[in-house]
Write a protein that binds this ligand. Structure first.
Ligand code: ADP
Ligand code: MG
Length: 544
């Protein structure tokens, strides 16, 4: 009985697993070379010719045009890691790839996928419990430690050169939006941290400012620019003639009629400005456009107006100043106004806006060009997340491969207590974790095997925090060396990598509605052999 269409393809059992594992590993291999402080960057060029230069795992995978369904599952690992931990995306993806590589060896020894899946699951659960045991409890107000966490996350990124200053700004920003709850726990509201970027100066001139920074000019040169008591109206509608009036056809057969029509438009704009004035506002931040005529009336009334302010900035201004965002001027009242102060920085062409109780801070990031600033911003975002995670969770581990080697050693001990073939899978899991120090060494031009041997020896002697100093090649206490990462990020990396690997291993049958390979006309028959181009992966190989 034939139930599949002519174009469809089916790949089963070992072939299906081999196909999937190959696709997933291709993704993992693509980001490996970026891992660690000595990792390299990638230049990604999209179909529009826009260039992104980055070292950030999730950014690379998102920008890559991947159209292979299995490969996409690995990309999701990076996305989950980004959402849940903010950092560690390359680690999570690299471990997922290594788990699958080791699983393939087990499959070749005829070990059933179910046993591998079970073993990986056991190992992941056990490793997570061990992370909690290994992790050090830290004081969430320990600034020095928080800076180390921020610096570790920024090493190897664009932020690296100025990491001391940036770490200080990041820790300062997080601390300003941290509140201690009644039960002694800490809550960090990153919504109150805004990142503003500006090109043209060096990253070393970045600043942390209270309040908001708006990188816009006033709409009219005759407007006042400084307010100690600013009554601010935030509006997300255009201050222009309403749409319907623009579209309406008007028949004008006399100069008289034309004048009437123009008068009507003018009075409509005048009315809008009167409505603004009636609220008591002396400053207007508008998300959309402001008509020339309205600009003129606003200036005449001594009201400062700024147009086309980013939606996210309008929202942030509301956090800073209070009040509400108005979408219809007809119903705007004094109660909608936010209050604070507004200052103009003529040199940088920025407005500084501060609220009464210093709610909200802005990290003003500077860099010479757009590419520099963009990569800086990605690094800063990761660092904000890890510092936040350290403040709220209070647990950190030693990086530079220390945690992974320790976990591998503990997992091998644990494997002895696991019955049956699952034991081999637990061991394979332990081996996979050691990929991290191996790749850190490789990327630093060091001998991966020698490094691993030294690291294992140190851990056998009980040096739980022994990791790799990628600059000297020595085994050191990485915690003391300041390479510190939040425990939560490591736990998350293990669970998402394991889930993805197990998801791929569970598949024993691929039924595709179309050709699985992109090499149309290729006369190879089905099976894993038919994956020639492997969807988007073929193109990817070329781009990397
Ligand atoms: P990810 O996307 O996984 O965060 P990174 O490129 O940021 O990838 O690399 C993170 C790895 O680099 C972690 O294992 C971390 O411990 C390690 N690392 C960071 N800084 C150092 C350092 N100074 N020395 C050694 N290892 C470091
Ligand atoms: Mg990182």
């Amino acid at each position: 009985m034939i139930i599949l269409g002519d174009d469809s393809q089916r790949v089963k059992d070992r072939d299906a697993q081999a196909y999937n594992i190959r696709a997933a590993r291709a993704v993992a291999d693509a980001v490996r070379s970026t891992l660690g402080p000595k990792g390299m960057d990638k230049m990604l060029v999209d179909s529009m010719g826009d260039v992104t230069i980055t070292n950030d795992g999730v950014t690379i995978l998102k920008e890559m045009d991947i159209d292979n369904p299995t490969a996409e599952m690995i990309v999701e690992v990076a996305e989950t890691q980004e959402d849940e931990a903010g950092d560690g995306t390359t680690t999570a993806v690299a471990i997922a790839g290594e788990l699958l590589k080791n699983a393939e060896d087990l499959l070749e020894q005829d070990i059933h996928p179910t046993a591998i899946i079970k073993g990986f699951h056991l190992a992941s659960e056990h490793a997570r419990a061990e992370i909690d045991d290994i992790a050090e409890r830290v004081d969430p107000e320990d600034e020095e430690l928080l800076k180390k966490v921020a610096e570790t996350s920024m090493t190897g990124k664009g932020a690296e050169l100025n990491k001391e200053l940036l770490a200080e700004l990041i820790v300062g920003a997080v601390q300003q939006v941290t509140v201690e709850a009644d039960d002694g726990s800490y809550v960090v509201d990153l919504e109150n941290v805004n990142i503003e970027t500006q090109t043209g100066r060096s990253a070393g001139e970045s600043e942390l400012l209270t309040g908001a920074v708006i990188d816009k000019d006033p709409v009219h040169e005759d407007m006042p620019l400084e307010f100690d008591d600013a009554n601010v109206l935030l509006i997300n509608e255009a201050i222009e003639i309403e749409e319907a009036d623009v579209d309406t056809q008007v028949n004008i057969d006399s100069p008289d009629q034309l004048q009437k029509f123009l008068d009507r438009e003018e009075s409509q704009l005048k009315e809008k400005v009167d409505q603004i004035e009636a609220t008591g506002a002396n400053v207007v931040f508008c998300q959309k456009g402001i008509d020339d005529m309205a600009q003129h009336y606003l200036a005449k009334k001594g009201i400062l107006a700024v147009r086309r302010v980013k939606k996210s900035d309008i929202k942030f201004l509301k956090n800073v100043l209070g009040g509400s965002i108005v979408s219809d001027l007809d119903s705007a009242t004094e109660a909608d106004l936010g209050h604070g102060s507004v200052r103009r920085d003529d040199e940088d062409e920025l407005f500084y806006v501060e609220g009464p109780d210093a709610h909200g801070v802005t990290l003003l990031l500077r860099g010479s060009t757009d590419h520099v600033v963009d990569e800086l911003e990605r690094g800063i975002n990761d660092a904000l997340d890890v510092v936040t995670s350290t403040v709220t969770d209070g647990r950190v581990v030693a990086g530079g491969g220390a945690i992974e080697v320790e976990l591998a050693s503990r997992l091998r001990d644990y494997a002895d207590s696991v019955e049956g073939r699952e034991q081999l899978a637990v061991e394979a899991f332990a081996d996979a974790l050691e990929l991290v120090p191996r790749v850190l060494a490789e990327n630093a031009g060091l001998d991966a095997i020698d490094t691993l041997v030294d690291l294992r020896a140190a851990h056998e002697e009980g040096q739980v925090r022994a990791g790799l100093n990628v600059f000297s090649g020595d085994v050191v206490d990485t915690f003391d060396a300041g390479v510190v990462e939040p425990a939560h990020s490591k736990e998350q990396a293990l669970s998402s990598a394991t889930e993805a690997a197990n998801l791929v291993l569970k598949i024993d049958d691929i039924i595709a509605a179309g050709d699985l390979s992109t090499d149309k006309g290729d006369d190879e028959e089905g099976g894993a052999g038919g994956m020639g181009g492997m969807g988007g992966m073929g193109g990817m190989g070329g781009a990397m």
